[in-house]
Design a binder for this molecule. Structure first.
Ligand code: ADP
Length: 479
């Protein structure tokens, strides 16, 4: 594997931590150590901010076209290295190889998209209110940015932030998830090879996010923080950013409903639910967390769905035919087990799975539970694992009320062949994203983001770059 880098990346240099400490990165399928990376702290993070601040002075004065060319070089190098990067993602996150290959393409698509969008950050000429004045707006980069990212998409969650930042003329310090620093460092290495100048991208590795996070949040030089992760950590970061009145983008937790109405195409709904629920072993923030099925088709759907789930192949992600990899760590497995235990005690029925997998380690059987009710923990908490709970509902109003009965509002899905219902329900769902007869909806051209406790701001799409731009109003007088 040529892309493994075991140093952090600051100001164009591959560096150790000032303390000299390192921490191990594990492969969750085999639980062996893949590499050791620097355990960075306060002074290292400050050095990265300083490097980003220095680089901002010149990067901001390049033209959008020049930045676009560098971004396209980076995009091309990532695609040339797609299989090596995918293997790295699988090694450190456990994700099945086919999904990792997909993630590299998906992650790279944001770089290509924002290389193009960066050239279209138009301001306005505003019709004047006084004959001796002319009014206009221009768009300028926010400044030095920080990105704190999760392990479940080790590449895409970084490119979705770094690409619009760089396209806008910002520089950035990335703190990747502790479990998946190697994908981030490989990306940085390709960025360097692509000719992206020193200090424009910096990667700080650490086994605990809190210390690095505090320095990033407290720094007056860092003008924006973009975070993807849990709602609990997101709330802490928003508070920490208050003192410097930083701009924040937050992609936080979800509790996605997946509604199947009586008039749905059941086979299509089964296929959609399978893709939405079991991608990355259920470890994405847009994975269906609650499957709500109307009573008229409940039994038929449950039987077909449980049958499809029981056929999913579990095993190490590097083995190409496997569809469900290991969970990321022991606490993820514990959460899955405790949700299932709680549901079964309160009367849920196990249709398939419901136990550790015979492979042992961090593998768990893909599971379907029927007769799940809102009183069970699995109804209100994000499970983040390969468990599909089936709820029953009687009519549309009840389905919408159940779907919206959560503090979260990221993604929702529903299946129906009634056009009026499709419009009504898509408008009534209190979510940032809705899939209608689709279980997987994310791409670089559409806005990704949530409402309520699921976050602030949007990534991807033409809106994604606005998060990294300030609008300046300029009034020319005395004409
Ligand atoms: P997940 O459950 O997906 O791991 P987390 O919110 O715990 O979600 O982690 C997402 C990212 O936030 C990771 O990069 C992690 O290191 C970082 N992180 C966790 N706690 C903090 C914190 N207190 N301050 C800053 N970053 C943190």
């Amino acid at each position: 594997m040529t892309l493994i880098r075991d140093k952090a990346f600051i100001g164009g240099d591959w560096v150790d931590s000032e303390s000299g400490k390192t921490y191990p990165v594990f492969d969750p399928a085999y639980t062996n150590i893949i590499a050791h990376v620097p355990e960075m702290g306060e002074s290292d993070t400050q050095a990265a901010i300083d490097a980003a601040q220095k680089a901002f002075g010149s990067w901001r004065t390049t033209t959008a076209k020049q930045r676009s060319e560098k971004l396209m070089n980076w995009f091309n190098l990532i695609m040339e290295n797609q299989s090596d990067l995918a293997a790295l993602i699988t090694q450190e996150s456990g994700k099945p190889l086919a999904e990792s290959i997909g993630e590299v393409g998906y992650g790279a698509s944001f770089i290509q998209w924002f290389a193009e969008e960066g050239k279209r950050t138009y301001g306005d000429v505003i019709p004047t209110t006084a004959i001796d004045r002319r009014l206009q707006t221009i768009k300028q980069p926010v400044g030095v940015c920080a990105a704190i990212t999760p392990w479940n998409f080790p590449i895409a969650m970084i490119t979705r932030k770094v690409a619009p930042a760089l396209a806008a003329g910002c520089t950035i310090v990335v703190k990747p998830a502790e479990a998946t620093p190697l994908s981030a460092l490989a990306l940085a290495s390709l960025a360097q090879e692509a000719g992206i100048p020193d200090g424009v991208i910096n990667v700080v590795t650490a086994s605990h996010g809190a210390e690095v996070g505090k320095v990033l949040c407290n720094s007056a030089d860092v003008r924006k923080l973009s975070f993807t992760g849990s709602t609990a950590v997101g709330k802490t970061l928003i508070k920490q950013c208050a003192d410097t009145v930083k701009r924040v983008s937050m992609e936080l937790g979800g509790n996605a409903p997946f509604i199947v109405f009586d008039d749905a195409d059941i086979d299509a709904a089964v296929e959609g639910a399978l893709a939405s629920k079991f991608r990355n072993a259920g470890q994405t923030c847009v994975c269906a967390n609650r499957i709500l099925v109307q009573s008229g088709i409940y039994d038929a759907f449950a039987e077909k769905f449980a049958n499809a789930v029981s056929n999913l192949k579990v095993g190490a992600g590097l083995e190409p035919r496997n569809q469900i990899g290991p969970l990321i760590n022991r606490s993820a497995l514990d959460k899955v087990e405790s949700h299932i235990r709680d549901a079964l005690v309160l009367g849920a029925r196990r249709l398939t799975g419901g136990a550790s997998h015979s492979l042992g380690g961090l593998f768990y059987q893909p599971t379907v539970l029927a007769d799940v009710t809102p009183a069970m923990r699995i109804a209100s908490e994000e499970t983040f694992g390969p468990v599909a709970p089936l709820f029953r509902f009687e009519d549309e109003a009840q389905a919408v009320a159940m779907a919206n009965d959560t503090e979260y509002g990221l993604a929702a899905y529903f299946y129906s062949r009634d056009i009026q219902r499709c419009l009504r329900v898509s408008e009534a769902l209190e979510y940032g994203m809705v899939g209608v007869n689709e279980g997987v909806i994310s791409n670089e051209v559409a806005p990704f983001g949530g409402v309520k406790a699921s976050g602030l701001g949007r990534e991807g799409s033409r809106q994604g770059i606005e998060e990294y731009l300030e609008t300046k109003y300029v009034c020319f007088g005395g004409l």
